[in-house]
Write a protein that binds this ligand. Sequence first.
Ligand code: PMP
Length: 429
Amino acid sequence: ALNEQDMLETQSRTYTRAFKLAVDNARGSTVMDLDGNIFIDWFAGISVLNLGHNNPIVRHAIEEQLEKIVHINEVPTEARINFLKTLNSVLPKELKDHARTMFTVTGADACEAAISLARHVSGKKTIVAFGGSYHGVAGDIVGATANYHYRDYAGISPRDIYHLPFPYPYRFPVNVPEGDISKVVIEQLEYIIRDPAAGPGSIGGVLVEPVQGEGGYIVPPDDFLPMLREVTEKYSIPLIFDEVQSGMGRTGKIWASEHYNVSPDIMCISKSVGGGIPASMISYRADYDRDLPAGFHLGTYRANPLALAAGTAILNYLKTSGILDRVTSKGRYIKKRFEEMAGKNPFIGDVRGLGYMIAAELVRDKNTREPATEMANTMKETLFRHGLLMLTCGHYGNVMRYIAPLTIEDHIIESGLDVFSESLDEVSK
Ligand code: PMP
């Protein structure tokens, strides 16, 4: 077996050091290391394995596709046609059955394509995003690409982005009642849209995670997305939902935006859509497609047939198996268990979440809400020592996030909760 020292010496030091293991294989919601130790997986490849590791349904779809074709550029495959049919049938209501889909490869890639598209259709450059958001780190490599044809559309300069505060009830920077938080954010947005110093009418798109992921599993107030929809419609600004982490059943509905009954103009999809094989895409209003030139957004590995065969199987499973109802009820139960722990422990300041996107935010003091970032890191290491893989997230890195496969069995949930509770006691001493 590889020892820890070998690992650290051969791979870039940029990887996490929290989990000192090398993996041999994984099944469902458990992972086995090279020495045969088994860990409970509560992070599911950061929502890439929503149906669990090595799911027979997904594996079968990939194996079948493997017999046919693994890669071809640009032209459609049977896998792509089947996938598009299935995806169209599950998109949010305004996009359903008549959206257009553009394939990309990673989450960041999808978000870049979405921004390029929003800027193209609006004819305006500036994008509004939110504090704590994560949309990827693909950057601006198109600047190094010399062909002007591609340079014209892609890429976004950091100076063309405004960040508004995300409506984060536990840490909203303005002291207003919780019921007014969305209104404050939307007023700020409207101010920017109309501010002549920003360049009158310069906002070409609004990009938001319906439930904020890396920023801390933050569920916005119920009126936020409807208000965002209303104001973007009023000014004809494309609204982009980044469902890369919150989509594919993660919150108990196929898309998190369904909880709020709001459809975007453009939606970014990735992670679980490929069942572990890299894939992403944007789905958008058909009228946005009208004058898009060939080569508008490019990438060698777009629409990988293995990934799309997996994606079709996964979407069909989410649609027909009843698993989403289970995620909703079990998610409530798990949240309740975290709340019970919070009731007895001085360091869990907030518990929140939708479906299997659940956060326990650690603080040094419940009154001051000072983030307990170090404690969260110690907690992560302690959980690992006790056999539970769990990640942190948050504006301050102080949020423990539950993001297990949607298929996780009851007894594994219970074992994980026991480990969490015991580890919390240990690090609280
Ligand atoms: N958007 C969201 C909401 C994400 O959570 C992530 C990844 N965590 C990304 C975009 C970027 O995806 P990728 O790492 O595949 O570029």
